[in-house]
Each structure stands twice: as structure tokens, then as C-alpha cells.
Ligand binder design. Structure first.
Ligand code: ADP
Ligand code: TMP
Length: 238
């Protein structure tokens, strides 16, 4: 990594060039942020856990027909991924009402959402990632209708696969955020990460949070909970 040039430093990951064209090295950070960076903390062990969880999930999704950017798990919070042109969208899918949906629609936290609900947020930190509808997305040229249909269909397919997977792990998949990108030959691929930083996972029995809401709500150290998510995934997936 010492010889690799860092080309991006985000809130949760650093990205480096590699010797291979079209291949990026992603390094997960220990930094935790909430409220678009308003709350910020270093949490030892978070990067390694989030990369390990993402690796388990992306490998499982790839085995079940979802194209992903993952090329190689390097361990230690690092992985090689395909370099993509990213769609500037945070694609959120919800199975139960929580977070911003509860605030926006005034519904009760935990209300079930049959079939899953896909929402889009425009990835613009300076605007606090605003909610956007399809017309907004076409106006912004963030994706065209054909691309958005593929993104929507892939998101719902990921949702079905992960509802089942987390159910086997005794966890309720409440909601999550995905990001997608496009390869040079126009294939739309799942990118970024899937971790308890960008999903809500509730214990099926106690409904306790095993995700970043613990950090957002100042409810203690997230690490034992993220470790438990990984342990349960390892139990289910091997
Ligand atoms: P943020 O940019 O929101 O602070 P991160 O710290 O997680 O988030 O940074 C990772 C960045 O890398 C994100 O902006 C994401 O859109 C981008 N990204 C994820 N996967 C890929 C990929 N395969 N190719 C290029 N960019 C990617
Ligand atoms: P929300 O309730 O804040 O809209 O978030 C819904 C889910 O998506 C939650 O699991 C957090 C995740 N998410 C992100 O990780 N990043 C984002 O920018 C957004 C909008 C949501």
C-alpha cells in the first residue's frame, strides 16, 4: 500500500490506485460519522469488521447472481475492487419504518413495509444527501430510466436475498443503503459496502439494534454488536 497513490479519502474508506488498470484498493477506516460528519469518532476495530462483513455479504450476493465490484478480499480491512463510474445515488431499501422515514411520514417506528420500499437520495454532502424522485434523477442526469430500472431491480433482488440470510442469523433487516456503478462496458454493478454502518439490523427476539444507531443515539460501543453480526454471518455462511 505504501507505494500506492491515494486517490480519495472519504468518511469511511480511503481509495488507492493499484498497478493494475481498472483495479482499486479500498481501505476501511475506523472513523465513525453521523449526521453527515457532525458527530465524528475513531473506533478501534471498526474498519476491519466492516470490511469482513462486506466481504461475506458481497461474496454471498455474487454467488446468487448479483454482479458486484469485489475482486479480492485482502483481510485487515482491505479489498481489491473494480474501478467504476459511480451513480451519485444512495439507494435505500426499507422493510420496516425507521430513521428518516419515521420523521418524514410520521409513521410508527417498526411498521412493516410489504415487499420492500426503494428510495433514492442524491449523493451530495453539501446538500446533506437530499431525497430525490425519478423525475429529479433524470433532470440531474444521475441515471437514465433504463439504468434506474436495473438499479431498482437489483436492489429488490438484494433485499430478498438478504432478508433470508439475516433471518437465518436471527436478525431483522430493517433497512439498508446501496451504491451502484457502471463498468467501462456498461454493466451496472453493486459497489461500495454493506455493513452495520449503512443498514439497520434488529435482533429478531429482542428488537435491539446491532448497527450504527447505537453510535447515532450515544448508546455505547458498537464493536461488540458489529462483531456479533459477523459471528452470526460466519455461523450461517461458514
Ligand atoms: P463517502 O464518499 O460518502 O465519504 P466512503 O468513505 O465510503 O464514503 O468512500 C468510498 C467512496 O468510494 C464513495 O464515495 C463511493 O461512492 C465510492 N466507491 C465505492 N465503490 C467504488 C468503485 N467500485 N469504484 C469507484 N468508486 C467507488
Ligand atoms: P435513513 O433512515 O437515515 O434514511 O437511512 C436509511 C438507511 O440507509 C439506514 O440504514 C442508513 C442508510 N443510509 C446510509 O448509510 N447513508 C445515507 O446517506 C442514507 C441516506 C442512508
Amino acid at each position: 500500500m505504501a507505494n500506492n497513490k491515494r486517490i480519495y479519502s472519504g468518511k469511511a474508506k480511503d481509495i488507492y490506485e493499484t498497478d493494475q488498470a481498472g483495479v482499486l484498493l479500498m481501505v476501511y477506516k475506523n472513523q465513525a460519522t453521523a449526521g453527515n460528519g457532525a458527530k465524528k469518532e475513531e473506533i478501534a476495530g471498526k474498519g476491519v469488521l466492516n470490511q469482513a462483513i462486506t466481504n461475506k455479504i458481497f461474496t454471498y450476493l455474487a454467488q446468487n447472481g448479483i454482479p458486484t465490484h469485489l475482486i479480492k478480499d485482502l483481510g485487515q480491512g482491505q479489498e481489491l475492487v473494480k474501478q467504476l463510474t459511480m451513480f451519485p445515488l444512495e439507494v435505500v431499501c426499507r422493510n420496516y419504518a425507521a430513521g428518516s422515514l419515521v420523521k418524514r411520514l410520521g409513521v410508527e417506528k417498526g411498521s412493516p413495509i410489504k415487499g420492500g420500499m426503494v428510495e433514492y437520495f442524491y449523493k451530495r454532502d453539501d446538500l446533506n444527501d437530499p431525497f430525490v424522485n425519478e423525475a429529479n434523477i433524470y433532470f440531474l442526469e444521475a441515471a437514465n430510466p433504463e439504468q434506474l430500472k436495473v438499479i431498482n431491480d437489483l436492489t429488490l433482488a438484494v433485499n430478498q436475498l438478504l432478508i433470508q440470510l439475516f433471518h437465518k442469523a436471527g436478525l431483522r433487516l430493517v433497512d439498508f443503503k446501496l451504491e451502484f456503478g457502471e463498468t467501462a462496458d456498461g454493466e451496472i454493478v453493486l459497489a461500495d459496502e454493506f455493513s452495520p454502518d449503512n443498514a439497520r439490523l434488529w435482533d429478531e427476539k429482542t428488537l435491539a439494534s446491532f448497527d450504527k444507531d447505537i453510535f447515532r443515539n450515544d448508546q455505547g460501543n458498537i464493536i461488540p454488536f458489529y462483531q456479533e453480526v459477523l459471528n452470526r454471518l460466519v455461523e450461517v455462511l461458514g
